[in-house]
Design a protein around this ligand. Structure first.
Ligand SMILES: Cc1cc2nc3c(=O)[nH]c(=O)nc-3n(C[C@H](O)[C@H](O)[C@H](O)COP(=O)(O)O)c2cc1C
Length: 199
């Protein structure tokens, strides 16, 4: 009887351990996963001067959990100011002009990916125009896109439907994380990411 109870306890413990492992690393077996993101350093709303952007923090968490490749969308000619207010004015002018700033580099073998996470800060309830440059340069047929957004109050806005319009891809539910949580409360941010990935 004692041996039986010990056996049961061992089995339960092993089961719990397996569950915990699964909670740490999300299973994307058989899928090729890519995380594409845009993010800024410098002065940012609510967090001051940062050396790693809020969206970059979340992008790296997702890549770690899903063992995905990472690609950062960067401007070819990056003249954006580090000062927050000045950047908001330029971003608004680019949004009004529906600009398509040139970007550097590209994802190697983009066609091979099944699932693409697209991460962006919420800029005036929209994506930075450079992310449209990236999206419009690729063929999204057969791909599934999971959007994630960092923001300071507006949440996802209609960013997922803008991504859907630009890519035509099948869309999964989006994740919205406050920028200051991504930056200053990594434990909370990681929990949000893991819970979202599980769903
Ligand atoms: C140009 C610009 C426009 C922004 N517009 C909004 C907005 O409309 N709504 C909102 O909640 N946050 C807005 N924010 C705040 C950012 O979405 C937020 O700080 C985000 O986490 C920044 O991400 P990053 O550090 O990855 O660039 C804006 C920030 C900038 C720089």
């Amino acid at each position: 009887m004692k041996r039986f109870l010990t056996g049961c306890l061992t089995a339960i413990t092993l089961g719990l351990l397996t569950f915990n492992t699964q909670a740490k690393e999300i299973d994307m077996t058989g899928k090729k996963v890519l995380v594409v993101y845009f993010s800024r350093t410098g002065e940012q709303y609510s967090v001051g001067n940062i050396t790693e952007g809020n969206t970059a923090v979340i992008a790296k968490m997702i890549a770690e959990q899903t063992k995905a490749a990472l690609f950062e969308v960067k401007l070819k000619n990056d003249t954006y100011p580090a000062a927050y207010k000045a950047l908001t004015e330029i971003a608004l002018a680019e949004k009004k002009a529906n600009a398509r700033p040139e970007i550097i580099g590209d994802v190697a073998n983009f066609a091979d990916y099944d699932v693409v996470f697209i991460g962006t800060p919420n800029w005036w309830a929209d994506l930075p125009m450079a992310v449209y440059t990236f999206m419009e340069a690729h063929d999204w047929s057969g791909k599934t896109v999971a959007p994630f957004v960092t923001h300071e109050g507006s949440g996802l806005s209609s960013i997922p439907s803008k991504i859907k319009s630009a890519t035509g891809a099948e869309m999964l539910d989006g994740l919205a994380v406050y920028g200051h949580v991504a930056q200053n409360d990594r434990e909370q941010a990681k929990e949000d990411v893991i819970n979202w990935l599980k769903n």
